[in-house]
Design a protein. Structure first.
Length: 313
């Protein structure tokens, strides 16, 4: 083994020690010390993506979004599939109000989750779900708090709601302007018709009633056009049976009831291993992602952006 390989091995070992030191500092909220440790690790081994994402996480805690973006982009260059890097880059872009690009980055993370769900469904069909959880744990199986599903939903919801709010305001203004123009045109037509037929109509009330009916019909047309932008009740089948909130990461139990994954897992851990609705025995390994409901939720949200509204936005 040549000296170059030996020296590289020593650098890698030292870099890992620095990473662990940085992790300890981070856990104690000593973010600058953690940044210094990760920076030293990067200096020794600049091609290890986790060093860059760890430092980006420190910058995030310090609200230094410019450096979060820089480190996240570097991590993505090294590992295009880095979930944490895409997640933090998305957050940084949202902070810069680059909503479209920020949403794209967060949606890349959701694609990883969806792949995980499809693999889990395959494992369930092959009766290998338990081993799947052991081998490919993204933190949403036995430990929902270990991952970023909820955070990603919150950030996506904020961005999508702001996007909908801006677009719906523009649509509302355009519809109102068009409605007023149509009403004015109907009034002018009514006036001209009356002028041309003055003295020939037996009952002018008929003309007035016709005009009012046309205005009412016009109002109905524009009310219908604004329906998708008008908040209403979300359909029950798209909501968690525990929280009654719109489903984000739905799973289905053997009894056929769908719940929010993290909420149901919390119930199983703190209350007991049974289905909250049917009371039938239930284990975490029996939960299966409900992709059909998830797709239905996405379709509903695409059409009704107001439903992204949460308590935090």
């Amino acid at each position: 083994m040549g000296p170059g390989v030996s020296a590289l091995s020593d650098e890698e070992k030292q870099a890992e020690k620095l990473r662990l030191e940085g992790n300890k500092c981070f856990s104690k909220d000593r973010f600058q010390a953690a940044i210094d440790a990760y920076t030293a690790a990067i200096t020794l081994c600049p091609k290890v993506p986790v060093y860059w994402t760890n430092r980006a996480l420190c910058h995030r805690r310090r609200n230094d979004w410019t450096r979060v973006e820089e480190d996240s982009r570097k991590a993505i260059q090294l590992d295009h599939y880095s979930v944490k890097a895409h997640y933090m880059l998305g957050l940084a872009l949202l902070q810069k109000q680059e909503y479209s690009e920020g949403v794209k980055e967060l949606e890349k993370v959701e694609e990883v989750f969806e792949l995980h769900d499809r693999l889990l469904i395959l494992a369930v069909n092959l009766k290998l779900a338990f081993y799947f959880y052991q081998a490919l744990d993204l933190g949403r199986g036995a430990n929902p708090n270990g991952y970023m599903v909820e955070e990603i939903w919150e950030e996506l919801a904020k961005a999508k709601y702001l996007e909908w709010e801006e677009e719906s305001t523009q649509r509302s203004w355009e519809l109102q302007s068009l409605k007023e123009a149509c009403e004015e045109a109907l009034k002018e037509k009514h006036f001209l018709d009356n002028s041309e037929t003055e003295g020939f109509l037996d009952d002018p009330i008929v003309s007035i009633v016709s005009h009012l009916q046309q205005l009412e019909l016009l109002g109905q047309v524009f009310q219908k056009a604004a329906e998708d932008d008008t908040p209403s009740e979300v359909p029950d089948y798209l909501c968690c049976k525990i929280t009654l909130d719109i489903l984000r990461d739905p799973v289905i139990t053997p009894s056929g009831v769908s719940y929010e994954r993290a909420v149901l897992l919390d119930h199983l851990e703190k209350v007991g291993n049974f289905d909250p609705i049917t009371r039938e025995p239930l284990e975490p390994s029996q939960l299966v992602p409900n992709l059909a409901i998830k797709e239905a939720v996405h379709a509903y949200l695409d059409k009704h952006g107001w439903a992204y509204k949460t308590e935090s936005n």
